[in-house]
Design a protein around this ligand. Sequence first.
Ligand SMILES: [Zn+2]
Length: 60
Amino acid sequence: MPTKGPIHHGKRIHIRCRRCGRRAYHIRNKACAACGYGASSRLRNPANNRKTLNRSRRIV
Ligand SMILES: [Zn+2]
């Protein structure tokens, strides 16, 4: 298994996103990695990526 070098030969995986303008829109996944366009209708919030705080299992 190669660890170095391009895995995608000449194939563009990310194209320019229609919403955020960044080159982060995944063609195959049809979702933007930066803003979540395609995956969700709302803008991706990085704060939502964090796991929810579990208050019930607190170490006393
Ligand atoms: Zn985007």
